[in-house]
Structure formats: C-alpha cells, structure tokens
Ligand binder design. Structure first.
Ligand SMILES: Nc1ncnc2c1ncn2[C@@H]1O[C@H](COP(=O)(O)OP(=O)(O)OP(=O)(O)O)[C@@H](O)[C@H]1O
Ligand SMILES: [Mg+2]
Length: 308
C-alpha cells in the first residue's frame, strides 16, 4: 500500500492553549480513513491544517511527499476538500457553478465535468439553480466541485451533517466508490460511530486534541476478543469447567448459560469439552461488541455514560 498523506507530530497552540497535541498518522491510497471524535475534539482544526487553511505550530504534513509548509502548491494540488460549507452561487445553476470553478483551474475539460456530474448523480438537476437544491444535492455538487481536478486525496469534514438516512447512504457509497475505483485516499470526519463503521477501512479517534487510537475498523470493533454467549445447562457447573480449561479467558455465568471471550477458532474445542462432560448446549451466539462500546472503552468515557 502506498502512503499519500502523512501527519508528523502536528501541534497547534492558539493563545497559549494546545488545541491539537502532537498528532501523527498516515493515510494510504485507496483507503477511507475516518477521523472520529466528539464536538470540539479538534477534527476541523486538524483538517484545516491538512488543507493549508491554517498554520501549524509544530510538526509537518506531507501530501504525496510534498510538505504543506515548504511546498504548499505542490502539496495542495493533490487535495480535493470540503471544509465546512462548500461555497456555491445560489442564483447560478449547478452546471454554471462547476464551469465557474473549472475556469479557475487549468486542464478541466467539458468531458471531465460531465463525467463527474454523472458520478455524483446530478445529471437530472444540474441545469437547475442551486437555490432550488436540497441539502443533499448541494453536498453532491460540492463533492463534484472538489473532484474536478482529479485529486488523489479527498477530505470531507462531517460530510453527512444534516443529511437524512438516504443522503447519508449516498455519500457513503460515493466515498467507497472513489476509494475503490479511483484509488483515492479519503479522509472523512464524523462524531457518529455507526457511520464510520460502514464507511471506513481505518479510524483514528481524537479526543481533546490528542489522537488516542488508530485501528483497522474490524480490529477496533472486536477489541480484546469476541464474546460468545453459550446457552448451556447446568450453567454454574459449566462455568467451573470452562474456568478450569480456559484460565486466561474472561468468563461469566448467567441464569441459562455463560458468556466467554475467546477467539472463534477455539469454539469447536470448547463445544467438545462441554459435550464430553455431559452438558447440554442449546445455542451459541457471537455477541460482538458494538462500535459504541469500544469507543467508550478507548476514550475512557464509560464512567460518564448514562446507565439506568
Ligand atoms: N480559531 C480558533 N481560536 C481559538 N480556539 C479555537 C479556534 N479554532 C478552534 N478552536 C478550539 O479548538 C477546539 C477544537 O475545535 P474543532 O472545531 O477543531 O473541533 P471539532 O472536532 O471539529 O468539533 P465539531 O464536532 O464540533 O465540529 C475547540 O475547543 C475550539 O473551541
Ligand atoms: Mg468540526
């Protein structure tokens, strides 16, 4: 995998306050990287630094090997981005907006514009005025605009904000498609866990300006191991037998069974042990942790979570 974006010890101090604290991560071509964190965590600030809208206090950011600090033009050439609301002229049509934008950039052909309009699904409405567009359509026009110059890196700050479930799904599909078909690196920020789970290959969790964790989304969800629920009787005795065989595993019993954290490939062995010991097994269910559970584990906010 080829790396295209690299943040190296990026720090931002504003008026003596450290807003971004020594953040480092890399993003590869063809990968969707989710930047996940609660309100005020520092997502937008980091993105503003990546696209060169804000200076950093310390560290460096390389895009395609070019430093945003010392080689700005070469670095931003690779980037397409929507940070906050995309700038659009409401009294012009979608098409006129794209043409206007294309004139400011060299080498964008009419064919390219048509291809992008098709890609974001605006063909039917592209000649209508932007003021008649829904929020979702404006998002898609913004996406079209930042794709015109064929960027290798696409950066979207909270792209699904304010969209309904259908709009969210659309954005998700485009993002996945751009990564897959155009081998683009995509960085999306969000405070919604469920959304990141479906859109991203990897996520970085930011909290109070610090990157607390970067993981493959699958590993992140599974975390310390997968929990399995065994419906087995008698459950108290089953618990004792399993504790004996798996002294390292986390095991608890409930009324009609036990819960055990193991790797999946250990399950057949476990079933064999219980059957040979004469237990009756009525069912085995994988109770994978939700992304939310893991998020609270990682950010240590479990204590603060609302509980009964
Ligand atoms: N120009 C600025 N001057 C002072 N403080 C700032 C400035 N820009 C951002 N901050 C502070 O930096 C912190 C991070 O803000 P940022 O907008 O990056 O968070 P965010 O993760 O994008 O949040 P949200 O989910 O609400 O968009 C906040 O505490 C914010 O008040
Ligand atoms: Mg923000």
């Amino acid at each position: 995998m080829e790396q295209i974006v690299e943040l190296k010890n990026v720090t931002k101090v504003i008026k003596g306050r450290t807003i971004i604290d020594d953040i480092s991560f890399q993003v590869n071509k063809g990968e969707v990287f989710g930047f996940l964190g609660p309100n005020g965590a520092g997502k937008t600030t980091t993105i503003r630094m990546i696209v060169g809208l804000m200076d950093m206090t310390k560290g460096d950011i390389l895009i395609g090997g070019a430093s945003i600090k010392t080689d700005f033009e070469e670095a931003v050439r690779h980037i397409g981005a929507i940070v906050e609301n995309p700038e659009m002229y409401k009294f012009l049509t979608g098409y006129q907006n794209l043409i206007h934008y294309a004139r400011m950039t060299t080498g964008i052909t009419k064919e390219k514009i048509a291809e992008i309009i098709e890609l974001v699904g605006l063909t039917d409405r592209i000649n209508d005025k932007v003021k008649t567009y829904s929020l979702g359509m404006r998002q898609r026009l913004g996406l079209a605009q930042c794709l015109l110059h064929d960027p290798q890196v696409l950066i979207l700050d909270e792209p699904t904000n304010g969209l309904d479930p259908a709009g969210i799904r659309e954005i998700r599909d485009y993002v996945r498609r751009l990564a897959r078909e155009k081998n683009m690196a995509v960085i999306v920020s969000s405070h919604l866990l469920s959304e990141m789970e479906m859109m991203c290959d990897r996520i970085g969790i930011i909290q109070d300006g610090r990157l607390v964790d970067v993981q493959q989304i699958k590993e992140f969800i599974q975390g310390s191991g997968t929990a399995f629920e065994l419906e087995v009787i008698p459950s108290k005795q089953a618990l004792a037998v399993l504790q004996n065989h798996y002294p390292e595993a986390r095991i608890t019993s409930y009324r009609d069974g036990v819960t055990i954290e193991l790797r999946k490939l250990e399950i057949p062995g476990l079933v064999k042990i219980l059957v040979e010991e004469g237990f009756q097994i009525f069912g085995i269910k994988e109770s994978g942790k939700t992304l939310e559970d893991r998020f609270l584990e990682v950010t240590g906010e479990k204590e603060g979570a609302i509980r009964g």
